[in-house]
Design a protein around this ligand. Sequence first.
Ligand SMILES: CC(C)(COP(=O)(O)OP(=O)(O)OC[C@H]1O[C@@H](n2cnc3c(N)ncnc32)[C@H](O)[C@@H]1OP(=O)(O)O)[C@@H](O)C(=O)NCCC(=O)NCCS
Length: 140
Amino acid sequence: MLFRSMKISDTPRVNELLRQVGSADFVPPSRWWFLTRLFLPTFHIFALEDDSRAIVSTVCFNRMPNPKYNWRGYIDYVVVDKSHRRRGFGRRIMESTLVEAKKFGCREVLLSTSHSEAQALYKSLGFKVKTTSVLMRFTS
Ligand SMILES: CC(C)(COP(=O)(O)OP(=O)(O)OC[C@H]1O[C@@H](n2cnc3c(N)ncnc32)[C@H](O)[C@@H]1OP(=O)(O)O)[C@@H](O)C(=O)NCCC(=O)NCCS
């Protein structure tokens, strides 16, 4: 297994994986879109390759300055290819992402999920359900 940052040439495969969780074209096909985000020091898409060098899992990681936690990390869009689930890839990409979060200076990492299988994974990695609710609205 190889954990690494996403490259522009990975875009079609990353989109394929994101479509499996209903996030069609989260990463637009435009290279410019990706390039501009590539220069954001706080935003990362990580990829996990299996032994045949195919990407089988991706995750988005972001961080924000936080007075209490130095940096606060946010994990989103964790996905393992349907045909590769229950083989430890989800655990591996999460563990590697948490190592990166620590290197980036995050003392706390947040994520939200409504999927029970994902909750089992996150809890086994030490995540605890916070009592605060997540509120959301679109800006228009
Ligand atoms: C959630 C997901 C990332 C797990 O990836 P995975 O590679 O299958 O997970 P792993 O093989 O590393 O399993 C790690 C742990 O997760 C839990 N888990 C994973 N799949 C599970 C399932 N179908 N049912 C119950 N627990 C499950 C188990 O605790 C498991 O540990 P165990 O194998 O020791 O029992 C994967 O199922 C997925 O991509 N799901 C669709 C997208 C999604 O829900 N993403 C999360 C959105 S926030």
